[in-house]
Design a protein around this ligand. Structure first.
Ligand code: GDP
Length: 583
């Protein structure tokens, strides 16, 4: 082995590059990047150190038995699920292509299994409700689109635990089905496919299963992992089977929450009500939200005036696994905002005000990254996440092929979604919902106004190109830049210009070397007072009539500078070379 890159070493050691870089800085090698390499000796040193640490750690762990090792700590990327506390109801959202029966399914469940039916009946327009099967509860989120999915990426919080994907058996997998699947995959939550409309004469369950298999979602019935349930939402057939399946998946997920723990509540819908002012529906994932709590939600705050359940009934508190309407905020918070409880209204106001000021100040959204930055991160993670949009299927396929064909530094390209059409809000939501960076790239398409605004808010990068090769060029350019060696000036000496001699092909400066040495073909900077008037190369160096390689300090010499005849008596020449340094 000669040299090994830092990210490779980190992978060998099963730690994050970031941690390794920190460790190397502590060891006196600061400023390294994941793409830098270590030589054999340095590699051996770091290997030793980690082996020792691992030994010490496992000895300690044997004693304490608990503490998760660093390896485990690094491996956990998903938000920690509360493994303590009581089991809680799963929070489920229903996704699928338009007209495949999402609304009808939610109505069917509401009709047959509404948990709180006896309390007040069905209230229309509530963003969530609880179903009840044999005393076990399931909370359904009834909001359109993929918004219920988009938690706050920074906090890793997500509203939904399980997704139900509705596919109509008479239509099969369609464009929005694929989009929904990509959202579910990005959210890293389990999914159940509800094959709907099986009552229709032209229903073709096999075709749906075939479509799913093509997308890597082979149904269990066909030997795969994907759970499917065939239903008729309209005729309310097999609805209980679907609910049963949801409870089963929830059991496997081991969803727990501590009602006395920290509040984790995510807003899934919000609006301005004429009578009540701002109203937000929140899903409680952990802790308890109570009436009169002083809360902050993003940049707004308030005291909870009322909590209203799905039947329109006022409740005193909302426990984990439920959804409630919250009345009392000063403003309408955006979907995805987390609610936090504060000590008093004053503190809540302060926190909200500070956030507002930050938002209104110079843009504080995560700074946009250049393609080069993105690749640097991609190299560290060895993964580049992309959402690809193109004007036609042909263009899309070509772009995918070209990008997959890019063989750069073992970076794996992962397409979170690839579709035909302009860059939309849904694309940005998807990009923002994943941990880490995701680049949205469009070829020959536009990003609409809403998408652009949302991208700015969320710090998502959109790159639009006319043709695929423009992107490839840019990627190659940044890679070259990234992998090119860096140079550092090594000063050799300095000379003073005391005389000038005209020769046929230019001017020779008669110099006196004041320190160090002058060297032929070295770099030179011409200084006049404090100004640099030229920077170039020493073309020739003479001592008396002879060409020489170098002249030491305290001696006179003649220096001709390549491509520069403007040298004057009194100028100082700084002589240096460029040395390659490890990046
Ligand atoms: P959404 O756009 O996904 O919310 O779809 P809807 O729930 O609005 O359903 C679209 C249409 O399909 C409506 O006319 C429904 O009555 C119909 N539909 C939904 N589920 C079924 C079903 O199981 N069988 C039949 N035959 N029609 C259904």
């Amino acid at each position: 082995m000669t040299r090994k890159r830092i990210y490779e070493i980190a992978r060998d050691l099963n730690i994050a590059s970031k941690d390794l870089i920190e460790k190397l800085a502590e060891m006196g090698m600061p400023g390294l990047k994941a793409a830098n390499s270590l030589d054999e000796e340095e590699y051996a040193l770091i290997l030793n150190l980690y082996e020792e640490e691992t030994a010490v750690r496992s000895a300690q762990e044997e004693k304490t038995e608990a503490a998760p090792s660093k390896k485990q700590a690094v491996a956990v990327e998903k938000p920690e699920k509360a493994k303590t506390g009581r089991p809680r109801a799963p929070v489920v959202s229903v996704l699928g292509h338009i007209d495949h029966g999402k609304t009808t399914l939610l109505d069917a469940i509401r009709h047959s299994r509404l948990a709180a039916r006896e309390a007040g009946g069905i209230t229309q327009g509530v963003a969530a409700y609880q179903a009840d099967l044999h005393g076990k509860k399931i909370t359904f989120i009834d909001t359109p689109g993929h918004k219920a999915f988009t938690g706050m990426r920074a906090r890793g919080a997500r509203a939904t635990d399980i997704a139900v994907l509705v596919v109509a058996a008479d239509d099969g997998v369609m464009a929005q089905t694929v989009e929904a699947i990509d959202h579910i995959r990005a959210a890293e939550i389990p999914m159940i496919v509800a094959i709907n409309k099986i009552d229709k004469p032209n229903a073709n369950i096999d075709k749906v299963m075939n479509d799913l298999t093509k997308l890597g979602l082979t149904p269990e019935a066909w030997g795969g992992q994907t759970i499917t349930v065939s239903i008729s939402a309209l005729k309310e057939e097999n609805i209980d089977d679907l609910l049963e399946m949801i409870l089963l998946v929830a059991e496997v997920e081991d969803l727990r929450a501590d009602p006395k723990g920290d509040l984790e509540a995510i807003i899934i819908e919000s609006h301005l009500s004429k009578g009540q002012g701002p109203v937000a529906t929140a899903v409680i994932k952990n802790g308890t939200l109570r009436a009169k709590d002083e809360i902050v939600a993003g940049t707004t705050f308030g005291r909870v005036k009322a909590l209203v359940d799905e039947t329109g009934k006022r409740v005193r508190e909302a426990l984990p696994g439920t959804a409630v309407e919250v009345v009392g905020l000063q403003d309408v918070p955006p979907v995805g905002t987390l609610i936090e409880i504060r000590k008093d209204l004053k503190e809540a106001k302060q926190v909200a005000a500070a956030r507002q000021a930050e938002e209104e100040g110079p843009r504080r959204a995560r700074p946009k990254l250049s393609v080069e930055d993105l690749f640097r991160e991609a190299m560290e993670e060895q993964k580049l996440r992309l959402i690809l949009k193109a004007a036609s299927t042909g263009a899309l396929e070509a772009a995918q092929r070209e990008i997959e064909g890019l063989d750069v530094e073992d970076i794996k390209v992962e397409f979170l979604h690839a579709g035909v059409g302009d860059v939309s809000e849904s694309d940005i939501l998807l990009a923002a919902s994943v941990n880490g960076d995701c680049l949205v790239v469009g070829f020959g398409v536009k990003a609409d106004g809403k998408a652009t605004r949302l991208a700015e808010q969320q710090g998502v990068n959109i790159l639009i190109y006319e043709i695929i090769y423009d992107l490839i060029d840019e990627i190659e350019r940044s890679l070259k830049q990234m992998l090119a060696p860096e140079y550092e000036e090594a000063r050799l000496g300095e000379a003073e210009v005391r005389d000038l001699f005209k020769i046929p092909d230019g001017v020779v400066a008669g110099c006196y070397v004041t320190d160090g040495k002058a060297v032929r073909h070295a770099n030179v900077r011409v200084l006049r007072g404090d100004d640099e008037v030229f920077s170039g190369e020493i073309a020739s160096l003479h001592r008396f009539a002879n060409d020489v390689r170098e002249v030491q300090s305290g001696r006179e010499c003649g220096i001709r500078i390549k491509d520069f005849d403007g040298v004057e008596v009194g100028d100082r020449l700084v002589i240096f070379t460029l040395e390659e340094v490890a990046r």
